[in-house]
Write a protein that binds this ligand. Structure first.
Ligand code: UD1
Ligand code: CA
Length: 457
């Protein structure tokens, strides 16, 4: 873009009083990630020479939560204003660079918008503004009669007349670092908040004859700052709307685009249908012809072609092959691998297990630390007892085995191929192939037995 170095300063030291929370504002989450992470991701796309984040309220919590080696941190011990915050970062910046200031509470900003701002920042002060329906709370842009930016006045310092102005400061600006240093040294805190306002440098630039170039974004949401839980909820919905729009554009059928939450990376094949209320977290990869029923939660998982996930199923850390049928009310936990055409029914929990082609576990079972072959049928209420109180052990079930209902398989144990286990058995030793194994008390009938009667008196 230019020969100048690029330095990004992200302001994230504020407490966020209006959030009414002990958690630093920038650590509240949008789409499952801290607000600040979104801003850092935007900065990263600009390929800066350095990124300095100013932190303060909440102390090391913010640093620790973000934990990225490519970010430099500087502490603003007292929150004396946005200008004071930038001052703290100056010793770390390259004198021959351009500085781009981003606000840590504006998560939807696009890198492309920053790039078009940076084009003007080699010689000028480049300022991003936006026209707002309701400008309340934002700094207003004051322009001269011929339309040139003259200054910014904060809401709390603005006259009634100035408050009518709907063009506001987004807080995002870029300028030569050397100029910034000079201007910051001249800041005073003689205003209604007794703060050192970064916004005061606009008037200084005008005074020094450095042109102020403004860019206006048409997208209000892109530059929305989060100051309250109301703002947080609105920005979250906006993010999700954009995510839904992306999926619709890619050909996904969303039963209701307003009832979908993606908190991570969701990739989809052709002819995918997603019913209402689903949440996708982490990295989820969905193949072709997949149907996800209502109210499913799917995290860090892959779903192969033609798989059907019925409502209210939870899938976490599982790899699901082609044409499987899952749920309703199924739970696949980390380490689950379904090969293909398996049926996993209601109230079935599977953990750290492989299930072969065509096997059925249809009702009320727990299968953990197990290897299940192909065409196995596991009856209702079967439990692998994988934990002896200290260690976990494996259960091996061979191809075509049939496990009768209400069986406990006490691991380590093997049920060999083609074996049948009688219902209600507790299996503690290996069951041989192609034979019936069962362990249960014999059924008896006591003739002439009478039910007890209620005593009188
Ligand atoms: C600021 C701007 C305002 C603009 C608005 C856009 C100033 C004086 N005002 O107002 O013109 O319209 O953003 O969203 O710049 N911060 C620090 N240290 C401080 C104070 C703030 O790091 O001492 C950080 C906050 O954590 C936050 C950002 O700077 O991420 C903005 O601060 P905030 O108090 O939210 O400023 P606004 O009142 O929104
Ligand atoms: Ca703000």
């Amino acid at each position: 873009m230019s020969n100048h170095k690029l330095n990004v300063v992200i302001l994230a030291a504020g407490k966020g009083t209006r959030m009414h929370s002990d958690l630093p504002k920038v650590l509240h989450e949008v789409a499952g990630r801290p607000i600040l992470s979104h801003v850092i991701a935007c900065a990263e796309q600009l390929d800066p020479d350095r990124t300095v984040t100013v932190y303060g309220f909440g102390g090391e919590k913010v640093r620790e939560a973000i934990a990225r080696p490519d970010i430099e941190w500087v502490r603003q011990a007292e929150q004396l204003g946005t200008g004071h915050a930038v001052q703290q970062a100056m010793p770390l910046l390259d004198t021959d660079s351009i500085t781009l200031v981003l606000l840590g509470d504006v998560p939807l900003l696009k890198a492309q918008t920053c790039r078009s701002l940076l084009k003007h920042a080699e010689k000028h002060l480049a300022l991003l503004t936006v026209e707002k329906q309701d400008p309340t709370g934002y700094g207003r842009i004051l322009r001269s009669y011929d339309g040139r930016v003259q200054a910014i006045v904060e809401q709390k310092d603005a006259s009634d007349e100035q408050r009518q102005i709907r063009e506001v400061n987004t807080g995002i600006m870029a300028m030569p670092t050397a100029r910034l240093t000079q201007w910051l040294s001249r800041l005073r805190n003689e205003n209604n908040q007794a703060e050192y306002y970064l916004t005061d440098i606009i008037a200084m630039a005008v005074e020094d004859g450095v042109g102020v170039v403004s860019e206006q974004t048409r997208d209000e949401w892109e530059v929305a700052g989060i100051n309250s839980k109301r703002d947080l909820a609105d920005v979250e919905r906006q993010f999700q709307k954009a995510e839904a729009a992306r999926l619709l554009q890619a050909g996904v059928t969303l039963r209701d685009p307003d009832r979908l939450d993606v908190r991570g990376h969701l990739t989809t094949g052709r002819d995918v249908t997603i019913d209402v209320g689903c949440i996708f977290e982490g990295t989820v990869d969905i193949g072709d012809d997949v149907n996800v029923g209502a109210y499913c939660i799917i995290r860090n998982a892959a779903l192969g072609n033609g798989t059907i996930v019925a409502p209210y199923s939870h899938i976490d850390g599982a790899s699901v092959g082609d044409r499987n049928r899952i749920g309703p009310y199924a739970r696949l936990r980390p380490g689950t691998e379904l090969s293909a055409e398996a049926h996993i029914g209601n109230f079935v929990e599977i953990k750290n297990s492989q299930v072969g082609i065509g096997s059925k576990i249809n009702h009320l079972s727990y299968v953990g630390d197990s290897t299940v072959g192909r065409d196995v049928n596991i009856g209702a209420g079967t439990i692998t007892c994988n934990y002896d109180g200290v260690n976990k052990h494996r259960t091996i079930i061979g191809d075509r085995a049939f496990i009768g209902s209400d069986t406990q398989l006490v691991a380590p144990v093997t049920v060999e191929a083609g074996a049948t286990i009688g219902a209600g058995s507790t299996i503690t030793r290996n069951a041989p192939p192609d034979a019936l194994t069962l362990s249960r008390g014999k059924q008896i009938t006591i003739a002439g037995w009478k039910r007890p009667e209620k005593k009188k008196g």
